[in-house]
Design a protein around this ligand. Structure first.
Ligand code: GRF
Length: 203
């Protein structure tokens, strides 16, 4: 049984989509072992508690990033987590965190990377005037929104869009993409060549 650890900071809609996919078997042979928020007031944390999942806040309490991360790492390890999923987790990870889970941390970003990394990617895309944007699930490395890409889904920008309507349609695609990417990674049927995510070669 694969054990997922979810890190979030906000509303948690991606977390809920993952939880639904685990419950329905679309992410096979997996369970959510722990949900961690860096903010006690995150609605996603309350939603995790309502679902009866292990869910805790680990706040920074003015600690340095590496020290805060060490407590999160220890909690994930104590729950035998083998895949960490960032789901709207609004903090950068320290190098020690990434080294503790090599190629085992995923993130979802609301643009077609490498376009529009960082905050407010949907508004960045809207204001730039691109006609196609979307979302990206990728491995986390030490650079922001940078690791090898597992899966992308595209969304057309419509003449009638504003940043909010665009973000809503991207979010619908995020909810599909994240679970599919997690299932693919857990299946182990891939290899990373350079930055490229490829199917595992047949024996
Ligand atoms: C999503 O747009 C995700 O792509 C970004 O943060 C947002 C989190 O939304 N990383 P939610 O908390 O999952 O609803």
């Amino acid at each position: 049984m694969h054990k997922l650890g979810i890190l979030l900071s906000g509303r948690g809609s991606n977390f809920l989509a993952i939880a639904d996919a685990v419950a329905s078997g679309r992410i096979p042979d997996a369970q959510i072992a722990i949900v961690i928020s860096n903010l006690a007031a995150a609605p996603g944390l309350a939603a995790a508690c309502e679902r009866g999942l292990n869910a805790i806040a680990i706040e920074t309490n003015r600690r340095k990033r590496a020290e805060h991360d060490q407590e999160i790492i220890a909690t994930l390890k104590a729950h035998n987590v083998d895949l960490v999923c960032l789901a709207g987790y609004m903090r950068l990870l320290s190098p020690g965190f990434i080294q503790a889970f090599p190629q085992r941390i995923l993130n979802i970003h609301p643009s077609l990377l490498p376009a529009f990394p960082g905050l407010d990617a949907q508004t960045q895309a809207f204001e730039y005037g691109v006609q196609v944007t979307g979302c990206t699930v990728h491995f986390v490395d030490e650079q922001l929104d940078h690791g090898a890409i597992i899966l992308q889904r595209s969304v057309s920008v419509l003449p009638t869009d504003d940043p909010h309507t665009l973000a809503t349609r991207i979010l619908d695609q995020e909810h599909i993409a994240y679970s599919e990417a997690i299932a693919r990674v857990l299946s182990g049927t891939y290899r990373i060549v350079g930055r490229r995510y490829l199917p595992k070669s047949q024996p």
